[in-house]
Design a protein around this ligand. Structure first.
Ligand code: NAD
Length: 490
């Protein structure tokens, strides 16, 4: 069938996200024949720009990401610019006229996608005006794509959501969690539900624990001002980490539709055991990186970064033990950890299987290694399975062997980027890989109870991990209490 057509309006079209991700992704969709021949993009931002200057900036950002291509000349003629301060009410009518004209010119069937690639404080205002000034009065579909963060806590998320929902129905709101656009995050479902050797084992009888790590090497860079009010819990755990946990823990959906999948994910969030007071201290660890001077290379601690308070109480690292209180997962801890200025950049999931009931083999007096299934999300993409086998000539001993599938060998131009998939899904009206309001609300209510404890008590021990390491000692002790340890994520 033909690709759906729509007018795409990008608010914040001179910003970093538009340039680095959205324009290159649109071009890649075009290259792959996944964009309708009738397409049109309006860039909206505050700066004064002519259409042709805007088109040149679009060309430049695509060339930076994708190199030079002859068809770019034609591609960028479909881009238009509207200079507009989103807080200025008088400017929306001109935007509406432009949109209606282009709708007619390109025969876009009255389909509209509004992509808000701007600071979240503007989301509500823009949505109000889109409705009150009639930009959402269309014959076709209307969809709102909204970047993170979705609120700062549950009350502010509710307020934002109520406001957006005056203009858009829930099924018209596409809340971006770009982790859900990643190839290997989408693969969690396939690995689980398309393999006879995993699904029967995917429960508390055979799995001992699951570990989800997302570590960054970079610090806060220039984002100190934002990060001081956010911290790792809000920036990473509320959205990306809990989304991965939901995909790992959900029941098989009845069908692979967005409604069915999201309803199973919501049940995971509902089963997530809520932590309060002392339980927060027992099950969650916060960290903040301090300076380091390895190999005589001085690295700033978090408190030395620009726009960060000298006695900052903000966490740059979180480790936690999650309990999913349901039949499948009772007794199986799911450990998560994420942080900045860690030793490696890596997002990985390790599923550790229980030991077999009786061990007949010894490996130099040591016990057997457990079976591990490792899902590599980024930068490597792939799956590894650790088994025990006999090495040739070495009788009666079992040695760990690793079966490896790497997705990285696939030509890079051919693996779609997260934003490319998400844009395409939105155009097709498939909301599977976006966060539903119920998921957002439940994950905020989980996270808020932890923030309350942490915000009410200055972390005396900060900074508590050296830049360039895998986090504070307490994060290791969290697993040791249960007889586990973090598997390395080299
Ligand atoms: P940015 O600061 O680079 O760009 C902001 C854009 O908004 C610019 O085009 C600016 O002209 C425009 N703008 C600001 N005030 C305006 C006004 N009053 N009227 C009209 N236009 C105005 O921001 P960004 O990094 O592109 O981020 C945008 C959103 O995407 C944020 O919500 C951010 O959290 C989210 N996000 C960004 C990234 C990224 O890689 N940059 C990743 C994930 C999420």
């Amino acid at each position: 069938s033909e690709n759906p057509t729509a007018l795409i309006m990008i608010f914040g079209a001179t910003g970093d996200l538009a340039k680095r991700k959205l324009f290159p992704s649109l071009y890649r969709l075009f290259k792959r024949g996944k964009l309708s021949e009738r397409y049109c993009i309006i860039g909206v931002a505050r700066r004064e720009l002519t259409n042709s200057a805007f088109q040149e900036s679009v060309r430049q950002s695509i060339e930076e990401a994708e190199g030079h291509h002859d068809d770019l000349n034609e591609f960028i003629t479909h881009f238009y610019y509207h200079s507009h301060d989103v807080t200025d009410s008088s400017s929306y009518l001109a935007l509406k006229t432009l949109a209606n004209d282009l709708d007619t010119h390109y025969q876009l069937e009255g389909n509209r996608i509004f992509y808000l690639a701007m600071a979240p404080e503007f989301f509500g205002t823009i949505a109000d005006h889109l409705k009150s000034d009639g930009l959402t009065d269309v014959d076709g579909f209307k969809r709102l794509v909204i970047e993170k963060p979705f609120g700062h806590d549950l009350p502010s998320a509710i307020e934002l959501n109520n406001r957006l929902r005056q203009a858009f129905a829930e099924e018209e709101v596409y809340r971006i969690d770009h982790y859900l656009g990643k190839e290997m995050v989408q693969n969690i479902e396939v690995i689980r539900f398309a393999n006879a050797i995993f699904e029967p084992l995917w429960n508390n009888r055979y799995i001992s624990n699951i570990q989800v790590t997302s570590s960054e090497v970079l610090g806060v860079e220039e984002r100190g001002r934002y990060y001081e009010n956010s911290g790792a819990l809000r920036d990473m755990v509320q959205n990306h980490m809990l989304q991965m946990v939901a995909l790992l823990a959900m029941e098989p959906p009845i069908k692979l539709t967005d409604e069915e999948i999201r309803s199973e994910k919501v049940k995971v969030f509902r089963a997530l055991k809520s932590l309060e007071g002392e339980a927060v201290k027992e099950n969650f660890v916060r960290g903040q990186y301090g300076p380091s001077n390895k190999n005589n290379e001085p690295i700033n601690g978090y408190r030395q970064e620009p726009m960060v308070k000298a006695d900052s109480n903000t966490e740059t690292f979180v480790a936690g033990k999650l309990i999913i209180d349901n039949f499948r997962w009772a007794g199986v801890p799911i450990f998560i950890r994420t942080g900045k200025k860690m030793a490696t950049k890596s997002t990985k999931i390790v599923v550790q299987f229980k030991d077999i009931p009786m061990n007949l083999y010894y490996q130099h007096e040591k016990t057997l290694n457990p079976n591990l299934l490792v899902i590599h999300i980024q930068p490597d993409e792939g799956i590894s399975l650790y088994l025990n086998a006999q090495k040739s000539g070495d009788t009666m001993n079992a040695t760990p062997v690793k079966l490896n599938f790497s997705n990285n060998s696939v030509d890079h131009m051919n693996t779609p980027e997260a934003y490319e998939r998400l844009l395409y899904d939105c155009m097709r009206g498939d909301a599977t890989n976006f966060a539903h309001w119920d998921e957002v609300a439940l994950s905020w209510s989980f996270v808020d109870k932890i923030s309350q404890v942490w915000e009410n008590q200055q972390a005396e021990q900060f900074p508590n991990y050296e830049a360039g390491t895998m986090g504070p000692k307490a994060a290791d002790e969290l697993l040791e209490k249960d007889g586990f340890h973090w598997w390395p994520v080299e």
